[in-house]
Design a protein around this ligand. Structure first.
Ligand code: NAD
Length: 423
């Protein structure tokens, strides 16, 4: 596979950028035409409610367009000095390893910029979303003019991913867990592969006493339960200033109870099941550990009866620092609420994590929010909302949430060899 990727590299990488763009442009149309099929496959394979699956396809189309429009800007030679130029050349063979939680979008954001930048790609999708990857790969195969083996699909589990990382490749673009990210970094050291790591989070939300209770409660429940909490930038810890702790807690519980669950009969529902038994096990372990250490479950807390790994939004209080739910990524619809008194205290608590993907701050005071935002060590801070994943804006983690930034001009450049030409 690597041999074929290398053999194809000169044909693809030496093609003019406008020709590569012309070939890849047709993918937008193919994604649009195949939206019903892709959404159905996402819905059936990872359990996302059908409308949410459609939104993922729509977002993937927007992301493809973003890369098509921005790759000429990203790869344009930069004049550094009168006789010094910076060129952005293909880096070579890129291995893209992706997770299941956004089974199409994660393929698009790693594969499309890597191809447009002139690289050949070995794609290893999650073993839990292989069918979506096959549908996507089938579309790429329909692109007229795309040389055979420019992209190759390799299906399998973590052993397959590990074997790929150990090959003679040039860059690993990995999106997934911290555990796997560390292993990939170790395995990449041998041949000093370049690496981009987009990893997990334990994202804090900070609510100041002047925040609007209604919109904050709605926003926090959405941020903690979207995709059944299986989002890298899910809100995983909520710090509430003590003056409003009781009143906001009550509203968060009310909102959590309103979240609708799709059992296969409600295509517009808010959430579906957890992906598989392993994810249910993690959520249950975190809740059990919290209960044993004195936490109070205000709503949810138990798997729903019947088939499937359905888990309701769960609000918990009386949280202490040694609980797993405050330390490790839960990746489920669990909302731990923690009171705080002073701004200094909450900044210290929010930063007390090995992770640093995103954080959110809820307040009417923009100035204070910005002051706090500057002191939070994460890749993104959002004010009066959550997540912050936007095309054109750098995406990535501080601390152990990752290495590198994607989704913007620099993200495309990270998939190139930046060569200084001294004329
Ligand atoms: P995972 O790490 O278990 O698996 C991700 C991918 O890596 C899969 O394709 C898997 O087969 C492969 N893999 C696992 N171990 C490997 C190894 N040692 N070597 C090579 N490949 C290996 O993660 P997951 O359960 O699929 O996804 C959930 C995780 O992904 C969460 O931690 C989530 O926060 C993170 N995530 C991060 C982002 C981001 O942008 N930062 C986006 C989506 C998901």
């Amino acid at each position: 596979m690597v041999k074929k990727a290398r053999e194809t590299l000169p044909t693809w990488s030496e093609m003019k950028l406008e020709n590569r763009i012309e070939i890849m442009k047709k993918l937008v149309l193919l994604l649009e035409q195949n939206k019903p099929l892709l959404a159905k496959t996402i819905h059936e394979e990872v359990g996302k409610p059908f409308r949410k699956a459609e939104i993922e396809v729509e977002d993937s189309i927007k992301e493809t367009k973003f890369f098509l429009e921005n790759v000429p800007i990203a790869l344009k030679e930069a004049v550094l000095k009168e006789k010094d130029v910076l060129c952005f050349e293909p880096i070579g063979v890129v291995t893209a390893i992706t997770p299941w939680n956004f089974p199409l979008e994660m393929l698009v954001v790693s594969v499309i910029p890597a191809l447009l930048a002139g690289n050949t790609v070995l794609l290893k999708p999650s073993e839990h979303s292989t069918l979506v990857a096959i549908e996507f790969f089938n579309l790429l195969e329909q692109l007229e003019g795309l040389p055979k083996n420019t992209i190759q699909l390799i299906v399998g589990g973590k052993e397959t991913g590990k074997a790929l990382v150990e090959q003679d490749i040039d860059l690993v673009y990995f999106t997934g867990s911290l555990r796997a990210g560390k292993q990939i970094m170790r395995d990449s050291a041998e041949k000093l592969h370049k690496i981009i790591l987009e990893l997990g989070g334990k994202d804090p939300s900070i609510v100041l006493k002047d925040a609007d209770l209604e919109t904050t409660a709605k926003g926090i429940v959405k941020g903690a339960t979207s995709n059944t909490g299986q989002v890298c930038c899910s809100i995983e810890r909520v710090y509430i200033q003590k003056e409003i702790f009781e009143s906001l807690t009550q509203k968060i519980v009310e909102e959590a109870k309103k979240v609708s669950i799709d059992h296969g009969d409600n295509k517009n529902a808010d959430i579906g099941p957890l992906i598989r038994a392993f994810q249910l096990k993690t959520v249950q372990e975190h809740i059990k550990d919290a209960e044993q250490k004195g936490a109070h479950i205000l709503t949810g807390g138990k798997r729903l009866e019947g088939k499937g790994y359905f888990f309701p939004p769960t609000v918990i209080t009386n949280i202490t620092e040694e609980m797993l739910v405050l330390k490790e990524e839960t990746f489920g619809p669990v909302i731990p609420l923690i009171p705080f008194e002073t701004i200094e205290e909450v900044i210290q608590k929010a930063n007390d994590s090995k992770y640093g993907l995103t954080a959110s701050i809820w307040t009417k005071d923009q100035k204070k929010a910005r002051e706090i935002a500057r002191k939070i060590v994460t890749g993104t801070v959002v004010i009066n909302d959550w997540g912050g994943y936007k095309m054109g804006c750098p995406w990535g983690g501080a601390k152990q949430s990752g290495i590198g930034r994607g989704n913007h001009i620099e993200g495309i450049r990270a998939l190139t060899n930046q060569k200084h030409l001294a004329l």
